[in-house]
Design a protein around this ligand. Structure first.
Ligand code: SF4
Length: 213
């Protein structure tokens, strides 16, 4: 399991997430309501909690995750409660770059169902594994680390570099292929790969089509 420690400011590259052991304060980029637009939960009303910063720099990334507000658990829970969703999705940036266990326990106790979307490079703690109902791991050119108790869906971005022989089919209940940036060339590539793997599925980003956040 990847070991996370608090990195002193003088050693810390600015873009890296900040891990704090108590998890009582988190760097939040935004909290917003929308419809889940990708993968198995597509169509479900969801409150998204976007954690700031990311440990990777993908060339196709279209997410703004650098800005943040320091929020404590009461502030986050109050903001989540403003929205009419049963599901809360932790996204980023890289949500596992910060210590989410205390927030997840708080929201679980408040009756929410919890989803995480992660790049799979940082292992979750066992405490967090027990609290999350739906795991989306979306590898970005790096192997998925050990430590995920159960992965609901592995979602691969299909672009030029995608290799179907690197799909870790045995590690997840569902495999999704998502064309990079909805580029028609990569849609075609994904459709062609699906002819060889009929149990895998196509994921498109319906929130983008609908103009939703
Ligand atoms: S892992 Fe996700 S959030 Fe991070 S840079 Fe890549 S696409 Fe963006």
């Amino acid at each position: 399991m990847a070991e996370l420690r608090e990195i002193p400011p003088e050693e810390r590259p600015d873009h890296l997430p900040v891990w704090r052991d108590d998890g009582q304060g988190l760097q939040i980029n935004e909290i917003f309501y929308s419809i889940e637009g990708e993968g198995l939960r597509v169509g479900q009303p969801t409150t998204f909690v976007r954690l700031a910063r990311c440990n990777l720099r993908c060339h196709f990334c279209d997410t703004e995750f650098e800005r943040y507000t320091e929020m404590d658990l009461d502030e986050i829970a109050a903001e989540v409660a403003r929205h009419p969703a049963e599901w809360v999705c932790f996204t980023g940036g890289e949500p596992l770059g910060q210590n989410l266990a205390a927030l997840a326990a708080r929201l679980k106790a408040d009756g929410y169902r919890l989803h995480i979307e992660t790049n799979g490079v940082v292992a979750p703690t066992p405490a967090l594994c027990d609290l999350i109902d739906h795991w989306t791991v979306s590898p970005k050119g790096h192997p998925v680390v050990a430590g995920f108790a159960r992965i609901t869906e592995l979602k691969y971005i299909v672009g030029k570099a995608f290799r179907e022989d690197r799909v870790e089919e045995d590690r997840a209940d569902y495999i999704y292929l998502q064309p990079e940036s909805s580029d028609p060339r990569f849609v075609q590539k994904a459709l062609e790969i699906l002819t060889r793997h009929p149990r895998w599925r196509l994921s498109t980003r319906i929130h983008k089509t609908l103009g939703l956040p």
